[in-house]
Design a protein around this ligand. Structure first.
Ligand code: SF4
Length: 480
């Protein structure tokens, strides 16, 4: 699990936790990077053949140790849980859990609330005694949970004396991969993870992803049970559409991930191809001398774009890999300052050239503006700023920590105004259909989540009041 966290470190750098079970829960949680939190003696005492590990970047809650996952509760059985995602109706669910079910919630993390709801539904199921087989009981409990929760949640858990479970919300917004490893005695080990980036090094083979609305349960004898229970039970009352996050492919996931049967790497190559075609249509008489990616996320798309345009791909911005991703850094000043620490322009590649900068996205615009300025300082003749992601106009409420609407540079500005703000000669965004095509060319996904681009929140319950409430919570958590 420690190795897995290292392979998932890009998904969150604020906190991490590992919990195992052998006669009792053994756990450690801490703030910061996994390699700094866990020492050899911590790993040695976390015994057992079942466990959960989590790396956190907060979308709900503060950066405090109390909010680090996994969470556990003693009733019923002893249960632990960690999740990836974000609840839209966190406030309502938390209120219900504490006021109607008398459960104490110690953190501001939605993971703890999900654990309490699941625990409570299991107790209710047992009291009603309408099912005898534990997996059936579990499915009823998760189906009830789907009726209560709105948002994105891919969860994994342990139930003492019973086994291990994994489930994914009915829209399948956040990913959840499943792998298996066959031991020399024929027994099987299972792994569930947001990305399959650790499968190869830990000898696991990739199996299908956990489906939207599916519950997977590995009992204590190692038997796997699975059932889709979330089809008609989403809170919105509508049959939920499979809506995986498109931004995982643009930015969040590691390029070597296979996500929902789509290779992140290949999808990024296709994004670059589509961008090049669109550029040639729009600017048939303007060609850059070089294409420089903002490393590392946009490297793949830039490679394809340069190839399609027939111009040189250049690593004219060198990235210091030992500084955190600016997107995740907590405040504006730190973000701004870190751009120059993090990216070093190479004059020899830039001077007197028409430079096309390719970045994955423009969020607040401050990083893009800094980059354009830096490239100009190093003597570029022209700066064309191309972005793989269409304008981000709306915040994400499903697990990607975007700022509030007013902080998103494209939310209330035209493309021309954003161009002027960042100071580029040309600003060129990928359009939404081209982005969707790049992700879904080889694997049909009819309704990917595009809420941050088009404002259509797939859970169907983000009205103006909800929007305001979530943004206020977010600002409160950030101390604004
Ligand atoms: Fe992903 Fe954007 Fe949807 Fe959030 S709103 S889940 S970032 S596509």
């Amino acid at each position: 699990m420690y190795d897995s966290l290292i392979h998932l470190q890009h998904r969150g750098q604020d906190a991490a936790g590992i919990l195992t079970y052998q006669q009792k829960f053994h756990f450690k949680r801490g703030l910061g990077l996994a390699r700094d939190i866990f020492q050899a003696h911590d790993i040695e005492r976390m015994t057992g053949n079942i466990g959960i590990a989590h790396t956190r970047y907060p979308t709900t809650g503060r950066i405090e140790l109390e909010d680090a996952q996994p969470f556990w509760t003693g009733v019923p059985f002893g249960m632990a849980l960690a999740h990836n995602g974000n609840l839209v109706n966190y406030n309502e669910v938390k209120r219900k859990v504490s006021e109607e079910r008398y459960r104490y919630v110690n953190s501001t993390s939605d993971g703890e609330v999900i654990l309490h709801v699941l625990a409570d539904e299991l107790i209710k199921g047992m009291a009603e005694n309408h099912v005898g087989i534990f997996f059936d009981l579990l499915c009823v409990a998760v189906a009830q949970l789907f009726k209560t929760m709105s948002g994105a949640y891919s969860a994994v858990g342990i139930i003492v004396g019973k086994g291990m479970l994994a489930f994914r919300d009915p829209h399948g917004i956040r990913p959840l991969a499943r792998g298996v490893r066959v031991n020399s005695d024929g027994s099987k080990d299972y792994i569930f993870a947001s990305e399959d980036t650790m499968f190869y090094s830990l000898d696991f083979k990739r199996e299908e992803d956990v489906k939207p609305g599916e519950v997977v349960f590995i009992d204590n004898d190692g038997n796997l049970h699975s059932r889709v229970v979330g089809c008609e039970t989403a809170l919105s009352g509508r049959e939920p559409e499979f809506s995986p996050c498109i931004f995982e492919y643009v930015y969040f996931a590691r390029p070597d991930s296979m996500m929902n049967n789509v290779s992140v790497y290949r999808s990024r190559l296709r994004m670059g191809q589509n961008l090049a075609r669109a550029w040639k249509t729009r600017y048939s008489n303007i060609m850059p001398d070089i294409v420089i990616p903002v490393p590392f996320t946009s490297n793949t798309a830039a490679l394809a774009m340069a190839h399609e345009l027939g111009v040189r791909y250049s690593e004219g911005l060198y990235k210091n890999a030992f500084i955190g991703r600016t997107f995740i850094m907590p405040n504006q000043d730190m973000r701004k300052k870190s751009v120059r620490y993090k990216l070093n322009p190479q004059e020899i590649e830039i001077k007197d050239k028409k430079v096309m900068i390719l970045d994955d996205s423009i969020v607040r615009g401050t990083t893009s503006r800094e980059i354009v300025q830096m490239v100009r300082e190093f003597g570029a003749k022209g700066v064309y700023f191309v972005t793989v992601c269409p304008p981000i106009k709306f915040p994400c409420f499903y697990g990607v920590d975007m700022p509030t609407k007013s902080e998103l540079v494209a939310s209330a500005r035209t493309e021309e105004e954003v161009r002027r703000y960042i100071g580029a000669d040309i600003l060129f965004y990928q359009n939404i259909p081209d982005l969707v095509e790049a992700v879904t060319r080889v694997q049909r996904i009819e309704h990917p989540c595009l809420a941050c681009l088009n404002g259509r929140y797939v859970t169907g319950d983000v009205d103006e009041k909800k929007f305001k409430e979530i943004e206020e919570n977010r600002n409160k958590d950030r101390g604004l």
